[in-house]
Ligand binder design. Structure first.
Ligand code: ADP
Length: 379
């Protein structure tokens, strides 16, 4: 089946056409691209962007037609706990969830509408970044704040990166030869955005991102966990820092960027190796925070069968993995220094044979997961 996977942001559209029947990543990906600067003079709306995309797809498709379209949607709230066929009712609900994801959900609705115009009659599926976390129990997703925060504003933990955590969980269980429904593990998705998930019997029981993707781990430009009173205190002392400004500071000017002066893990590691003290502190903080979460989730899942690293940093930064794993001695986890340096697209073990818990690197592939979910609902 030919599936067009679309990820619409407010000013960009990322797309991939995948042949789900082909074998291997290279054969599956028929075309991919990124259209930016939507809203500017040349590409005023998502409709023009999708026309440009459709033009660019004519040649690689060789006259074949798209069978189905899968849309990545950031927020499914408490409504969507799995991928769904897109209907008018679904579009309305995605739109109604916009207060929870003000930058993303409105853009997804525009993208879905534009795709309907560009590919009339082609079935479409929405795959939600939050959906996989729908299995969290209340004791993990509730915050200890007055009830009406939850009732009126939907303030609870939702979690994100769900498509990746779900995909990687399945691959890791397979790789270990364990039935997914028997698999307990901890998945660390470490990219520009980073989150970690506790997996019990193949399902999510806790995750580090919260009401928004700001919570949890220290990320490229996001602070991760911080005492909320520190923020209200700063805002009271300096009224120029409005709520919007604070939101920007925490999402775009914090994390590695704030401490090391750079949000790219490669450059931060290089700086540390060159003796930069700020870079060292940033990496110590980031790996320490991660190790604390790993220890906590090991308890949450009743003893993990594997610790899994994925995404840009998790898959590629042997140095960062080493820093994090070196803090896990109390769990009997031992890194195999040589295996840690191996690079590649295949799942692999990076711990020693006598490590109490195996540590894996499992490359993620959100587009593939979205294409598979889309096929499953439309074939
Ligand atoms: P996003 O969340 O934007 O999808 P990615 O998963 O692509 O992010 O991860 C981006 C991060 O991965 C950056 O911090 C980058 O420095 C890091 N990264 C990518 N390739 C490498 C590499 N070869 N070595 C170390 N870090 C890498």
């Amino acid at each position: 089946m030919l599936v067009l996977v679309i990820n619409c942001g407010s000013s960009s559209v990322k797309y991939q056409v995948r042949d789900t029947a082909a074998t291997g990543e290279d054969a599956q990906v028929i075309a991919k691209g990124l259209i930016e600067n939507i809203g500017g003079a040349e590409i005023p709306t998502h409709t023009e962007a999708l026309h440009i995309m459709a033009e660019a797809l004519v040649e690689p498709l060789h006259g074949k037609t798209i069978d189905a379209i899968g849309h990545r949607v950031v927020h499914g709230g408490e409504i969507f706990s799995e991928p769904v066929i897109i209907t008018e009712d679904v579009i309305t609900k995605i739109d109604e969830l916009s207060p929870l994801a003000p930058l993303h959900n409105p853009a997804h609705v525009l993208g879905i509408r534009a795709a309907q115009e560009t590919y009339p009659g082609v079935p479409m599926v929405a795959v939600f970044d939050t959906a996989f976390h729908g299995t969290m129990p209340a004791h993990a997703y509730r915050y200890a704040v007055p009830e009406d925060f939850y009732e009126q504003y939907g303030v609870r933990r939702y979690g994100f990166h769900g498509t990746s955590h779900d995909y990687v969980t399945g691959i890791a269980a397979d790789f270990l030869g364990v039935e997914r429904s028997e698999f307990n593990g901890v998945i660390a998705h470490l990219g520009n955005g980073a989150s970690i998930t506790a997996i019990e019997k193949g399902a999510c029981i806790d995750t580090s991102m919260g009401y928004t993707p700001l919570a949890g781990l220290i990320m490229g430009t996001r602070s991760g966990d911080i005492d909320p009173s520190a923020l209200t205190s700063v805002m009271i002392q300096n009224p120029e820092i409005t709520a919007e400004k604070m939101d920007t500071i925490l999402n775009k000017q914090s994390g590695l960027l704030a401490i090391a002066g750079n949000n790219d893990m490669r450059e931060v590691v290089e700086a540390m190796e060159g003796g930069d003290e700020r870079a060292k502190l940033a990496l110590d903080m980031t790996s320490y925070r991660l190790a604390k979460y790993i220890g906590g989730y090991h308890v949450a899942v009743g003893g993990m069968q594997a610790l899994v690293f994925t995404a840009g940093i998790g898959e590629n930064s042997s140095q960062f993995r080493e820093l994090a794993i070196s803090r896990l001695g109390a769990l009997g986890i031992k890194l195999d220094a040589e295996a840690n340096l191996v690079r590649g697209d295949e799942p692999r073990v990076i711990s020693t044979k006598d490590s109490a818990i195996p540590v894996l690197v499992v490359p993620t592939n959100e587009e593939k997961a979205i294409a598979e979910a889309t096929e499953a609902l439309t074939k």
